[in-house]
Design a protein around this ligand. Structure first.
Ligand SMILES: *[C@@H]1O[C@H](CO)[C@@H](O)[C@H](O)[C@H]1NC(C)=O
Ligand SMILES: *[C@@H]1O[C@H](CO)[C@@H](O)[C@H](O)[C@H]1NC(C)=O
Ligand SMILES: *[C@@H]1O[C@H](CO)[C@@H](O)[C@H](O)[C@H]1NC(C)=O
Ligand SMILES: *[C@@H]1O[C@H](CO)[C@@H](O)[C@H](O)[C@H]1NC(C)=O
Length: 426
């Protein structure tokens, strides 16, 4: 548990320090946020150092400042920024780099147990903001987050709470929030802070809930701080616009832990010669759901894979024949129903655009065949019922009665035996 708590992430608003205590406060800051190797148990191989100036240099390197080893203005400025306080891990051990805590499932549930003071943002709005914050991470991964009821079993549990709230990491007036890495799932926001949904608040005490929520969820998914200032996982609180929320660096970090989302192409319109396509595409090919209208008025509406009809679809030919069913490699393959412009129809198996397998073929007169087909014709065993009630039960070859079978008419007369070329032999 101590390893886990060391990874605990805390946002802290550092109040400007008082003159004489400046160095003491800076020293406390450095020890608290991971710059001292003395209380880093998992990095015990590193020589323990508590020299103030050395810790300060480490901090200055981390934040890209001039490494002076002195508590200068730019160093103090960074220390005064509201920030996420867990250990910045300036010297990550190899072990820490390899061992990443992460979720083994991608379909995660979360619940909101309590809310921020609702004068500023309504509960409904807070719920929207938190769902939006989860969505930022699922845009780039196959992670899915579903909100469940406030008492339901959940992987990630969100609370607005204050002071000592039973996790050994009490909030003080400076702390904004903290989160525990997987598979703990706890995210705590400080109820005593002023949360807002504004992106251009002029008050330095108002904290944008969405930005902090995205950051904390990042930690709850297993991300550490990222030194890059563009990153939402940067240790200090930065007011960013929504559109810039997850830059490439964050997308790469999260995709190194969880598989990428399977792209669902956006709807595009494209002309192919004289045909017009409207639907999804992937890697420049028609892929997903889409429809095409050919210049001879034939149409297809349905699923595509790598530029071919593939999946379930509806194809209407220029003559008005209509197929509804399964397709593969741009041909009727699988089960389907076809209605020809002549009024004939077929329901059953298809192979390479042909009726093939088992099915029922019906003529407009009402006559019908139920049985086996091959290569578009009656082939194999089948029953033919004429509209007047006559019936043949037996073998077929290329649409003709051939082989053993019997014919029975409505008067009860029977011809039973061998057939050839649609005629009774004996
Ligand atoms: C390191 O120790 C100091 C006290 O010396 C403590 O305030 C701080 O929280 C500790 N940091 C971590 C990351 O445990
Ligand atoms: C670092 O030092 C150089 C030269 O002394 C100065 O121009 C620059 O502004 C300093 N950078 C920071 C971040 O303080
Ligand atoms: C396609 O349909 C349009 C409008 O319904 C019609 O004007 C055109 O003649 C048709 N083209 C063919 C090849 O049937
Ligand atoms: C798909 O159909 C094309 C002809 O349209 C054919 O050349 C190709 O071999 C078929 N591919 C498969 C996998 O059946």
């Amino acid at each position: 548990m101590s390893n886990i708590s060391m990874l605990l992430i805390i946002f802290v608003l550092i109040v400007p320090c008082l003159g004489n205590d400046e160095e003491d406060n800076a020293f406390e800051y450095l020890k608290r946020f991971g710059y001292s190797s003395c209380n880093d148990s998992s990095a015990s191989a590193v020589k323990c150092s508590e020299n103030f100036n050395e810790l300060l240099k480490e901090f200055q390197r981390y934040f890209g400042l001039n490494v002076t080893g002195a508590l200068d203005q730019s160093t103090k400025a960074i220390m005064n920024l509201p920030r996420c306080s867990v250990v910045d891990k300036p010297r990550q051990s190899v072990l820490q780099q390899i061992i990443k805590f992460k979720w083994s499932r991608f379909d995660l549930k979360y619940r909101i147990e309590s809310y921020a003071y609702s004068k500023e943002i309504s509960h409904t709005k807070q719920e929207e903001i938190i769902q939006d914050a989860f969505n930022e991470w699922s845009k780039h991964t196959s992670l899915k987050f579903t909100k469940v009821c406030s008492t339901c079993l959940a992987d990630i549990v969100i609370q607005f709470t204050s002071r000592d709230h039973g996790d050994d990491h009490p909030f003080d007036g400076k702390i904004l929030a903290h989160a525990f890495p997987p598979t703990d799932g706890r995210i705590h926001f400080n109820y005593q802070d002023t949360w807002t949904d504004s992106y251009d608040s002029t008050s330095k005490y108002e904290i944008n809930l969405f930005l902090v929520a995205v950051h904390e969820i990042g930690h709850a998914l297993g991300l550490d701080h990222i030194r890059n200032k563009q990153s939402i996982m940067y240790p200090t609180y930065q007011l960013k616009q929504r559109s810039q929320i997850l830059p490439l660096v964050d997308q790469q970090e999260i995709q190194a832990m969880y598989p990428k989302k399977v792209e669902e192409g956006e709807i595009v319109e494209k002309i192919y010669g004289t045909s017009k396509y409207r639907g999804q595409m992937k890697n420049g090919l028609r892929h997903g759901h889409g429809q095409i209208v050919y210049d001879n008025n034939a149409t297809y509406v349905g699923e595509w894979k790598t530029d071919k009809f593939d999946g379930h679809g509806i194809y209407t030919s220029s003559s008005g024949a209509k197929y509804v069913g399964e397709l593969e490699n741009s041909t009727f393959n699988g089960q389907g129903i076809i209605t020809y412009s002549s009024g004939n129809s077929y329901m059953g198996d298809f192979k390479n655009d042909k009726v093939d397998g088992r099915g029922m073929f019906t003529y407009p007169s009402g006559s019908h065949y139920v049985g086996e087909f091959r290569n578009g014709d009656f082939n194999g065993r089948g029953v033919f019922m004429w509209a007047n009630g006559d019936k043949y039960v037996g073998q077929w070859k290329d649409d003709k009665r051939e082989g053993y079978g019997f014919f029975i008419n409505t008067k009860g007369q029977v011809q039973r035996g061998q057939w050839k070329d649609d005629n009774f032999i004996k």
